[in-house]
Design a protein around this ligand. Structure first.
Ligand SMILES: NC(=O)N[C@@H](CC(=O)O)C(=O)O
Length: 433
């Protein structure tokens, strides 16, 4: 099947026609002949390289009540993604070849996005001994991102070893930066005025910043690649800016929710706003936006963290950490970065596709929109808007913090290797069972 996108704006630039044929962008130009292709009127639509998420919790194996690889893949495709990285904090933990290979295989069966498994850094995410990094890197899943996300690799010696170990595989350590000695187990919100007012134990910003400062020095010492997950404070942005200026190989991501929401939302003790790292004050949000705009923060990553109602609907202190993100990410970025003039659509493509694909070494994704490139692309209507209705999301969970908000822009179509997974804003093959 081939598709002719009529009058589409690649990266928001001048309108042109794009022919998708044989899995690739076969032709770009004005007034292309339709031939046997199905024509999609793309007037006013922006063509982006398919979005790539560095940080997705798909919950399979182990918590299929909250999400499966198929349901999470469907949410991703509807959100405009063509590749996602499945975090390792599953049950069993993805700390060896059999598990990462199974995750990749289930992703292929679902066939909606490329599912790139993340391997654990430490065995069982316990932070004591290294996981089977080499066998995961050499396995059929060819893991290139390793992370204990949900837990910090807090032991400096283990972190140093992990950085050294991944280097020959050109892989990266994605660190959940949070010193467990500074952010104790009971902490559940930003430490500051808000934690005092609500009477909740808080996480100080320095628990994140001190680990990032240490890790960039370890990355410099080892000459390895470090990636900082979900940056949440202005101080972390400063440390990364300094490290990059020094030539250290560090990259970083920010989540959509940290770009939009502040800890003021916690006033009603609604557990939907409970997330790790926590929502921060407005000054931090402004610094995160500025850091993403100037490229200090390389990527937007969703940290899509589905939780079943029986884990999330509790008193604030007892509820699970995490928020859905895949289906709302682009809208939140459009609101916080495009509508504010901080990024144009080419900038969105860079932060949500090109750079994350490069960081994760995801072949065939995050490529320039040029003839011959794999047709992993998404069509966005920048003039549309979407009302977030939790019941309309295809995730198995409902824990979106954006319910009732109207977000700008809407994904109209997503193509994976030339095949549409989403058309007219709907899954081509319906919602997976
Ligand atoms: N980001 C989150 O709030 N939750 C994550 C893991 C984590 O605690 O970081 C999850 O797996 O639910």
């Amino acid at each position: 099947m081939s598709y002719l996108l009529k009058n589409v704006a690649p990266l928001g630039g001048a309108p042109t026609d794009v022919l998708i044929d044989n899995g690739v962008l076969a032709e770009l130009g004005t007034d292309l002949a339709r031939g046997a292709a199905e024509v999609l009127d793309a007037d006013g639509l922006v063509l982006l390289p398919g979005l790539v998420d560095l940080h997705t919790h798909l919950r399979e194996p182990g918590r299929e009540d909250a999400e499966t690889i198929a349901s999470g893949s469907a949410a991703a495709a509807l959100g405009g993604f063509t590749a996602v990285h499945a975090m390792a904090n599953t049950n069993p933990v993805a700390d060896r070849a059999e598990i990462v290979e199974q995750v990749a295989r289930l992703g292929e069966y679902a066939g909606l996005v490329e599912v790139r498994p993340v391997g654990a850094v430490s065995a069982g995410l316990r932070g004591e001994t290294l996981a089977e990094i080499a066998t995961m890197a050499r396995s059929a899943a060819a893991v290139r991102v390793f992370s204990d996300d949900g837990a910090c690799v807090h032991d400096a010696r283990l972190m140093r070893r992990a950085l050294e170990y991944v280097k020959p595989f050109d892989a990266v350590i994605a660190q959940h930066a949070q010193d467990p000695r500074l952010a104790d187990a009971a902490a559940c919100c930003h430490e500051g005025e808000v934690s005092g007012r609500l009477g909740l134990p808080g996480w100080p910003a320095v628990a994140e910043e001190s680990i990032v400062a240490r890790d960039v020095m370890l990355a410099e010492h080892t000459g390895s690649r470090l990636h900082v997950c979900h940056v949440s404070t202005a101080g972390t942005v400063e440390v990364i800016r300094w490290a990059k200026a020094r030539g250290i190989e560090v990259t970083a991501e920010v989540t959509p929710h940290h770009l939009l929401l502040t800890c003021d939302l916690l006033a009603g003790y609604d557990p939907l706003y409970k997330v790790n790292p926590p929502l921060r004050p407005a000054d931090d949000v402004a610094a995160l936006r500025a850091g993403l705009a100037d490229g200090t923060i390389d990527a937007v990553a969703t940290d899509h963290a589905p939780h079943a109602a029986h884990d999330k609907d509790h008193a604030f202190a007892d509820a699970a950490f995490g928020m859905l993100g895949l289906q709302t990410a682009l809208g939140v970025v459009a609101e916080t970065m495009v509508a504010t003039g901080l990024l144009d659509w080419a900038g969105v493509a860079d932060r949500m596709s090109l750079r994350p694909a490069r960081i994760g070494r995801v072949a065939g994704h995050g490529r320039p929109l040029q003839r011959g490139e794999p047709a992993n692309v998404t069509l966005v209507d920048p003039a549309a808007s979407q009302l977030v209705d939790p019941d309309a999301l295809v995730s198995r969970s409902r824990n979106t913090p954006f319910a009732g908000r109207t977000l700008p822009a809407a994904v109209r179509a997503t193509f994976l290797r030339g095949r549409p997974t989403v058309l007219d804003g709907k899954l081509v093959n319906g919602i997976p069972a």
